[in-house]
Design a protein around this ligand. Sequence first.
Ligand code: ADP
Ligand code: DP6
Ligand code: CO
Length: 361
Amino acid sequence: MADESQKWVLMVTAQTPTNIAVIKYWGKRDETLILPVNDSISVTLDPEHLCTTTTVAVSPSFDKDRMWLNGKEISLSGGRFQSCLREIRCRAGDVEDEKKGIKIAKKDWEKLHVHIASYNNFPTAAGLASSAAGLACLVFSLAKLMNVKEDHGKLSAIARQGSGSACRSLYGGFVKWIMGKDEKGSDSIAVQLADEKHWDDLVIVIAVVSSRQKETSSTTGMRETVETSMLLQHRAKEVVPKRILQMEEAIRNRDFASFAHLTCADSNQFHAVCLDTCPPIFYMNDTSHRIISIVEKWNRSEGTPQVAYTFDAGPNAVMIARNRKVAGVLLQKLLFYFPPQPDTDLNSYVIGDKSILKDAG
Ligand code: ADP
Ligand code: DP6
Ligand code: CO
């Protein structure tokens, strides 16, 4: 007969949005601890549209840690997952669920195993920061399950060890990842610069150019850049520190012109650094380039920027419109240049707090 004490399962579900960097992180000074070569700043997206949902479960009947991503089992043996699990487990507290009659003492967590099921409601590994939402959600849900009493700063440092960009997804609004000085990484954490209400005129439009998995993962790409690009040194030491200060000021003052100039310039320099890598990495494609030209031309014709664009490590365009009216015009322009048809590669748009055209093709 089954042992009654083995029957219980305790579960926690959490949802975490993705974030898109406006000043990019690209390059590590420590691969294991994931310490970056420069500070970065991002905007956290609306959780309703681009987010990860993760359920973590614990039961005495589980004989090992297991994880499913988008319904398919994946290995947890990688160093990053192990770092996150270890860092959360060693901070676990006592847990009690009176209704279910479950009591887990702090010391029990060493012997208990977890099952993790995670879903991304947007393309995985396609340059829309799935690793950011995914690893932040993993750390957050495990911390809730195990009653970890750490603040968001400490949790961000743990999420950072899963994927660098993940540390920024623990906060909403505008977020800065401070590179830190400590070689153990204790001061390499994310901080919120401004909450989601600070600049709520902005509307984010994402054009899904391709939902295919990219050929070069961010981790591999940036490793190759660090090893071979001279331009990266210049970017990390000379360019980004100044841009970070300017971007913080632009966000503080809701100065869209400066914000847009900095965002577009930083995206373009990040992709220039990818081209300066040996062998060169091409994350953008012809459709991405066309989108840049359309936005640049429009901004020039208006005399002041209406829309900022930024591309992560993939071809998909993230555009930030100065307000809802502009976002409407942007969408019209995109639909004019890229009418949704099954044979075009641009057939899905997500806008701000509302899905305008999802998988219209
Ligand atoms: P992206 O541009 O989507 O962030 P990356 O190359 O940085 O692409 O990372 C993709 C990897 O992140 C995936 O192959 C997977 O290992 C991990 N990942 C993505 N989503 C999740 C998730 N929800 N939970 C755990 N890991 C995830
Ligand atoms: C272009 O955080 O995905 O999106 O730390 O190796 O997991 P790892 O890389 P990841 O890199 C993100 C790179 C970027 C820019 C950014 O998000 O700042
Ligand atoms: Co990523």
